[in-house]
Design a binder for this molecule. Sequence first.
Ligand code: SAH
Length: 559
Amino acid sequence: MALNKSMHPRNRYKDKPPDFGYLASKYPDFQQHVHTSLAGRPVVNFKEPEAVRALTCTLLKEDFGLTIEIPLERLIPTVPLRLNYIHWVEDLIDGQKQPRRGIDIGTGASCIYPLLGATMNGWYFLATEVDDICFDYATKNVEQNNLSDLIKVVKVPQKTLLMDALKEETEIVYDFCMCNPPFFANQLEAKGVNSRNSRRPPPSSVNTGGVTEIMAEGGELEFVKRIIHDSLQLKTRLRWYSCMLGKKCSLAPLKEELRKQGVPKVTHTEFYQGRTMRWALAWSFYDDVIVPSPPSKKRKLEKTKKPLSFTLPEAGLKELQAKASALGCTASSPVDSISALLEKTLTDLRVLHKHVPCMKQEQSLFLTAVENTWIHGRQKRREGSRQLRELPRAPHCSQTSSFQTTMVTAVPATNPASQNQSTQSSNAPNQTASAEELAGLQQPEEQIGNGASSNEMSKEQKESSVSVEDVDMDSSTSTEAVQETVPKEEPAAASEMPSKQPPSPAAVEPFLFKCLLNVMLEESDVVIEMHWVEGQSKDLMNQLCTYLKNTLLKSIASP
Ligand code: SAH
C-alpha cells in the first residue's frame, strides 16, 4: 500500500505524487537534483537538504504559485505534510474558502502554513517566530508573494507561546492556532526518527538524546503543554487550539493533561505522507464547535487507552511514608515516598524503570517489563499453560541481560537464578529516559525487524504487535518527496551521543510491555496511574498494576 492513499482526502498529492520528470523539465533549479534510477525512473536524493529544498520550492511554485526562499540551516518543510495539516484545520473550523483568522506558532523561515492557508483559503494569519533568521526570511517570503495584507509576521519572546503574541490584540477572536513544535523539527527529525524505511537498519543514534537535553531545548511534550497552559488563560480567544506531534505517544499524556484541566472538546488525527507519519491534537473551549472524529481505527483503541489507576487514601499515607523512610527514603512529600516504594518494588521485580520529567508534585516512571515476575506460585500454576501460551516470556538477548545486571538491586526470593545479580548496585532510577522512551513507541520497522522477536513470536503475536501505524513503508514511490529534512550538521552533532550513554530501557528488545507510571496527588490522596505504551498484552500491565496496588495496601494493613 502506498502511503499516499492515507493522505487527507483533499490533499492534492493523495492520488497524484509529484511528477519529478515533468518538474525537472520545467524547472532547471530542480532538474540538477533529479537523477535517473537503475530502473530508469527520475529520483531525488532526500538525504540532501539542497534537493529537498529544491523540491519544496518547485512544488510551491508549480502548484500554488508561491515563490519562497529558505536557508539550508533552518527547517525545510515538505509540502504534502503541511497540506495534510492545513486540510485538517479546514475540517476543524469548517473553514475551506472562507476568510478565517489563524495563528501559526513558530512559522519558520518558510512561513509555509500562512502562505498555504492564505493562498488556498484566503485566511488571515498572525505568524510568530523567535528566531531572527527565520523571522527575516518569513517576512521576506510574505512580502515577495504580496500577501502582507493577509499575513503578519511577528517576533515574539521565547518564554510564552500565545500570550505575548496576543497581548496587543485584545479584541480579536481567532478561529484557530496551529503549530509544528520546534523539538522534533530540530532534534528527532534531525536523527531521522520516524522517517526510515524497513530496509534500513535502525540508526545508531536511536538511543541518544537524554530527556534533560531535549527538555532543556523545550521538548515536544513540554512545548505543547506550554501551549495548553496559555490556552487555559486565553480560552475562548481562539476557537480551536491545535498542534502537530512528532510522536504518537505524545498524544496520551497531552490528552490526559487536557482532561485533567477540564478542556471540553478534544480530538486528534494522523497525518500520513510518504514514509513519515505525524499526529496532531486539537482542543477547544467552545461548546458549539464541530469536533471531527479521530481516525476510525484509532477510536476503538482509544476506549482501551484509559489509564489503569488506583488510589491510596490519605489515611494510609503516613504509614507508607514511614515505610519509605525506613528504607532510607528522605523525601518529605507523600508522592515522592510512594514513588520510592514503587521503585523498590519494581526493582525487586526486575521491571526496568526510569524517571521522566513531569509536572511538579508528580513523579513519572517509564517502565519496561522484560519478564513476568509478578505472577507467583499458586496463581502462576493456576494460570498454567494458558498464561504461558498467551503471554510469552520475552526471550532474553544479550542486550537485555547485560542491562539487567546493571539495573538489579534486589530480586525476589522466588527467583534464585537471579540472586547472584543482587549485589550489583543500581543507578538506573537516576538516569534520564531517552527521547524514544518519552516518545514511547519504537518505529514499526524496528518492532517487526527485530530478529529475536521474529523468531520467537508466533504469527498471531507478531500480527497483534503490529500497530495501526505499521504500514507498508514502500520507498520506491516518489512519495519519498515528503520526508522531512534538516541540515546535515544537526544529525551529526546528535549522533555523537549514543556510544557514551548507558543502554536505556527503550533499547531492551524484546520486552513484554512498556508503560508510563504516574504518581500524583489528588486532593489529599495519592493516585497511581499506568498508561499503556506498547507491548504484547495489556493484561500484563493490569497484573502488574494489581501487584503494585496489593504491595502498597499490604504495607498499610501491616506496617
Ligand atoms: N512552521 C514551520 C517551522 C517549524 S520549526 C514548519 O512547519 O516548517 C519550529 C519553529 O518554531 C522554529 O522556527 C523556531 O524558531 C520556532 N519557535 C521556537 N520557540 C518558539 C516560540 N516560543 N514562539 C514562536 N516560535 C518559536
